[in-house]
Design a protein around this ligand. Sequence first.
Ligand code: AMP
Ligand code: ZN
Length: 114
Amino acid sequence: MTDCIFCKIAKGEIPSQKAYEDELVYAFHDIRPLRPTHILVIPKKHIASLAEAGTVDEAILGRMLAVSHKLAAENGSAEGFRAIINTGRIGGQEVPHLHLHILGGREPVGAMVS
Ligand code: AMP
Ligand code: ZN
């Protein structure tokens, strides 16, 4: 997707505060952090949302989760974190490129839905 902001971030065409990168995923700090730790993990491949992901994407989806604890621990949330994937209009997704929010810090994140 040529006009996708997160595709551009993954390619380095738009600046971001990088937290991690491998051949499948890219992670960076959210520009408007909701908690002291707020990282987004995205696939390098454009997948619009979890609704568009399929079994062909299992390796990517697995990698997004597999790196989440290490990223949280390295960025101020060693005692736990919350992983969220907002999906579609009902899920409150604003950016149409799949992303996993990693939220944490030194205090509990709080109510799951408010
Ligand atoms: P969502 O509501 O799940 O689609 O979340 C989108 C997230 O992307 C929000 O938390 C935004 O703050 C974040 N965001 C949007 N643009 C950028 C950007 N250029 N760099 C970092 N985070 C961004
Ligand atoms: Zn994209």
